[in-house]
Design a protein around this ligand. Structure first.
Ligand code: AMP
Ligand code: MG
Length: 519
């Protein structure tokens, strides 16, 4: 297996200490560290697309060499694995140094003119592991592996996954933090992205008042990933910030569009490239509910609930602005950019919602019209994915009562009160009025709507089925969902069974609607 290594990140200042023990790291962006050898490594799944992206053949992916490399059991020649140093605001509070506690970067690969940073998640302790073990378990690794690839196919910026492996070691976890620890299978995901740099990489340097390294890191990120902005200077730092804001907005609008709830939007989980990163206790909306969060750790304040994700990105950008402020020395431009984010977000959100509804014309009362829909969607439990997909079947000359077209999206349609039915019919009246003003034929609108309203997402109970089967040693569901979610917007008649509301057994099952950070 030949990989075209190209080091870029490791040209930044390294921690001189080579021993692997927990510590505070100063004046450096990363520490060298080698993955831990594991008892009996095996590869459960590989992403054929990521193989191709990295220039690895299918045959090579079946070799012992591949298995050992991507489970951390061998070192690629001339590579120097490392863990990144970053800090972060967790649930609104500055948490100090965090860093790659269970991720180890193997190397960067350049292939077809594209740079990929390749890292293992769950490959053992690093200087940043704090009180934890640096390991990952199978359930959360399956969730990250499947969801990051699914997100890519939904057209939402994300880190990718190359492989999912078992370490052969057992890992102790207390799933619901209630004192019931148990051993689980250890797993390792190899993930890849243009870069894994986070807002937190900047924040830790600013917090340590290490402005020299902060400048080096910022200049590196601009030159490597935002080269079109031009040579770094005060103006360019501001332009860089604006583009990070723009990309982050693009990402979160994507989440809102498909009903993805990240669950832990701490600043250490915010990519500087606007990629969805760190798939932990994330979830997918079943009932359309602004107040929903999958993360039990956040159940009290619901800081990271579906309805606030856009706002939280703004809050996180504010923390990034503070971190790079020393390079600019003037707050005004950054403040304007943050204000701009807030205003633009509302406009772009409405535009995105109109697109979901198949409406191309903006109109004065669009905000009220969208809110009216959101309000009535909250009144009864309504499956988001199914609702918007079925809505594409509405016809201008409505031969059918519109509400019956989307009937299957409701969990208890027959119990719907007359009052709520009336609210639906009022909204549909307006919707039909808007449709009348549009040029598109029913068929054209339907095709457009199907490109923004996925038919298949990784429903929470689906991930759990893949996990339960994998626990029994059957990995077929991983492959089934991997293939299914490669074409989320397409009709797949053979897979119609996954276009279905959450079954009753999944309603209150751990892993299906409730997840903790214990991965
Ligand atoms: P997360 O919110 O899962 O992205 O993780 C927050 C921080 O905790 C990061 O610095 C992680 O590297 C660290 N962390 C989470 N789980 C572990 C673990 N099992 N071992 C070491 N560090 C961990
Ligand atoms: Mg993280």
């Amino acid at each position: 297996m030949h990989l075209n290594l190209k080091n870029t990140f490791t040209n930044l200042p390294a921690d001189p200490e080579k021993e692997n023990y927990r510590r505070q790291v100063l004046k450096a962006c990363y520490s060298y560290v080698t993955p831990k050898k594991t008892a009996k490594p095996s590869i459960l799944h590989v992403s054929d697309e990521m193989l191709e992206s990295l220039g690895i053949s299918k045959a090579e992916s079946q070799s012992d060499e591949f298995r050992d490399l991507f489970t951390g059991n061998s070192n690629y020649p001339d590579s120097t694995p490392f863990a990144m140093c970053y800090g972060g605001h967790q649930f609104g509070q500055w948490a100090g140094q965090l860093g790659d506690g269970r991720a180890i970067n193997l190397f960067e690969v350049e292939y077809n003119n594209k740079l990929w940073a390749v890292q293992l998640k769950g490959a053992g302790e690093t200087p940043y592991s704090r009180s934890a073990d640096g390991l990952a378990v199978l359930r959360s690794s399956i969730r990250e592996y499947l969801c990051s690839e699914a997100m890519f196919h939904l057209g939402i910026p994300t880190t990718r996954a190359l492989s999912l492996g078992l370490s052969g070691d057992e890992v102790l976890r207390d799933v619901m933090y209630n004192g019931n620890s148990a051993y689980e299978k250890g797993a390792i995901v190899c993930r890849a992205a243009e870069s894994f740099v986070r807002f937190g990489n900047f924040e830790i340097l600013a917090a340590n008042q290490d402005h020299d390294t902060l400048k080096e890191l910022t200049d590196y990120v601009i030159q490597q990933f935002y080269p079109h902005l031009g040579a770094p200077s005060k103006e360019i730092y501001l332009a860089f910030f604006k583009e990070v804001a723009e990309r982050s907005m693009e990402m979160v609008l994507g989440w809102q569009r498909v009903g993805f709830v990240h669950g832990v939007m701490n600043t250490d989980n915010m990519s500087i490239l606007g990629l969805t990163i760190d798939y932990g206790p994330y979830g997918w909306l079943e009932g359309y509910d602004f107040g929903w969060t999958p993360n039990t750790t956040d159940s009290q304040f619901k800081r990271y609930r579906y309805g606030t994700q856009g706002e939280i990105v703004g809050w996180n950008l504010f923390k990034l602005a503070n971190a790079i402020y020393p390079l600019i020395g003037e707050a005004e431009g950054l403040q304007d950019a943050l204000e701009d984010y807030k205003d633009t977000y509302v406009q772009r959100y409405n535009k995105m919602m109109l697109e979901k509804l198949g409406l191309s014309l903006s109109f004065e009362e669009e905000n009220a019209f969208i809110q009216q829909l959101e309000k009535v969607l909250h009144k009864t439990e309504t499956d988001m994915t199914i609702f918007f997909r079925l809505l594409s079947n509405i016809q201008k000359e409505n031969f059918q009562i519109p509400l019956t077209v989307v009937k299957d999206a409701f969990y208890a349609f027959d119990d719907m009160s007359e009052e709520v039915k009336k609210q639906w019919n009022d909204w549909f009246d307006k919707y039909l009025e808007r449709l009348d003003l549009e040029q598109d034929s029913d068929q054209d609108r339907k095709e457009k709507m199907k490109k923004v309203n996925p038919k298949y997402v990784l429903r929470n109970y689906m991930a759990q089925i893949a996990i339960d089967e994998a626990d029994k040693g059957n990995y077929d569901m991983i492959e089934e969902f991997y293939q299914l979610l490669k074409r989320p917007y397409e009709e797949q008649p053979e897979n119609e069974k996954w276009f279905a509301k959450r079954p009753d057994w999944a309603r209150n099952k751990v892993g299906c609607s409730m997840l903790s950070c214990s991965s």
